[in-house]
Design a protein around this ligand. Structure first.
Ligand code: PLP
Length: 294
C-alpha cells in the first residue's frame, strides 16, 4: 500500500520532556524519492520498525509500540529512540489519517554508510482490507523456523525478538505457505515448539484458558496479543504465556493470528486439520481492537 503521508525525523538523542521537537520534523512528498542510496536500511535491512494500527484517527497502543521500538533498538545497538519526539511525530501522522483503518509505520535505520546519525521516518497509509480474514478465518501451515528453542539465548546476534527491517525471511515463509495452499504460516522451532506467524502472534484457546507462546522464545511480544489478553482477563478468562508443542495446535478449541493491522483473524484450518471457530468471540475481539484502547 503506497504511503500517502511521510515525515522525516532528525533523531534527537537526549530526552527532555519539556522540549518540543516540531523543528526536527519535515513533512515530505510521500510519492517522491527520499532516501540516500547509501542507506543501510535499504542496503542491508539494518534498522528496526513498528506498524501501528489507526482506527477512526486514533493510533492504537502508541506507548507499547514505542517501548518495543526501544527494545529492538537495544538488541540492535541502535541509539535509543527519544520517546517524546516519536510521540509528537506519531500525532502529526495520525492527523493526516482519514476515516476508517490506517497504518502508521515508524522506521529507525542505522543511517547512511559512514554517516553520523541514524535515519528515521514515519509514514501513514490506508490499511489493507482484512474484513474477510476477520469474519471467515484463515488457513495456516506450520513451518520450521530452522532454529531450536535455545537459539535466542545462545546466539543473540540472530536478533530473534527484535522487529528488524530484515523481513525477507518472513515474507518467504508466507510465500511458502501460499505455495502449500494456505493463507499464512505459523513458525515452529526445530525442536517442535510453537512460536509466531511471520507477521502476527498466535493466541490459542483450550477450554476457558487462552495461551500464547512466551516472548522469551525469540519471538516478538505482540502489542495486539497484550491487548487481547487484557480484554479476555477483564471478561474473567485466564490468559497466560506458555511453552506449547506444535502437536497441540490441531487439537485446540480455537486459535487466532493477531496483529496491529489485521487485528484478530481466526484460524479455521491448520496443516489440513479443521479447527473450531468462535465467530461471536472473534467479532467481540475485533470490535474491542477497533475501539480506542489507550
Ligand atoms: N510477530 C511478528 C513476527 C510480527 O511481525 C508482528 C507484527 O507485525 C507480530 C508478531 C504482532 O505484533 P503486533 O501485535 O504488535 O502488531
Amino acid at each position: 500500500m503506497a504511503s500517502t503521508f511521510a515525515l522525516l525525523i532528525t533523531p534527537v538523542a537526549d530526552f527532555d520532556i519539556r522540549d518540543t521537537y516540531a523543528d526536527t520534523f519535515s513533512v515530505i512528498d510521500a510519492s517522491a524519492p527520499a532516501l540516500s542510496v547509501g542507506e543501510l536500511s535499504t542496503q542491508r535491512g539494518d534498522g528496526i520498525f513498528e506498524s501501528i494500527g489507526v482506527s477512526g484517527g486514533h493510533p492504537q497502543e502508541v506507548m507499547p509500540h514505542l517501548e518495543r521500538l526501544a527494545h529492538s533498538a537495544r538488541l540492535c545497538d541502535l541509539p535509543l529512540p527519544n520517546i517524546e519526539q516519536w510521540r509528537e511525530a506519531i500525532a502529526i501522522a495520525a492527523d493526516a489519517c482519514g476515516e476508517g483503518e490506517w497504518v502508521i509505520k515508524l522506521i529507525l535505520s542505522r543511517g547512511i554508510e559512514h554517516g553520523p546519525t541514524p535515519t528515521a521516518w514515519v509514514t501513514a497509509a490506508p490499511a489493507g482490507d482484512f474484513a474477510a480474514a476477520r469474519r471467515d478465518g484463515i488457513s495456516v501451515v506450520t513451518l520450521d523456523r530452522g532454529f531450536d528453542s535455545g537459539a535466542p539465548g545462545r546466539a543473540p546476534w540472530l536478533l530473534l525478538g527484535a522487529k528488524t527491517l530484515s523481513y525477507a525471511v518472513n515474507m518467504a515463509a508466507i510465500r511458502e505457505a501460499k505455495r502449500r495452499g494456505a493463507d499464512d504460516a505459523v513458525f515452529v522451532s526445530s525442536d517442535g515448539i510453537l512460536l509466531e506467524a511471520p507477521t502476527a502472534s498466535l493466541v490459542i484457546r483450550v477450554g476457558d484458558r487462552f495461551v500464547t507462546p512466551r516472548p522469551g522464545a525469540g519471538i516478538l511480544h505482540g502489542t495486539t496479543q497484550i491487548s487481547v489478553f487484557s480484554f479476555l482477563q477483564a471478561k474473567g478468562y485466564e490468559a497466560v504465556y506458555e511453552t506449547l508443542p506444535a502437536s497441540a495446535l490441531p487439537r485446540v478449541d480455537a486459535a487466532w493470528l493477531v496483529s496491529s493491522v489485521r487485528l484478530a483473524a481466526p484460524i479455521h484450518t491448520v496443516d489440513g486439520t479443521t479447527l473450531p471457530m468462535d465467530s461471536a468471540l472473534t467479532a467481540e475481539l475485533n470490535a474491542y481492537l477497533l475501539s480506542p484502547r489507550d
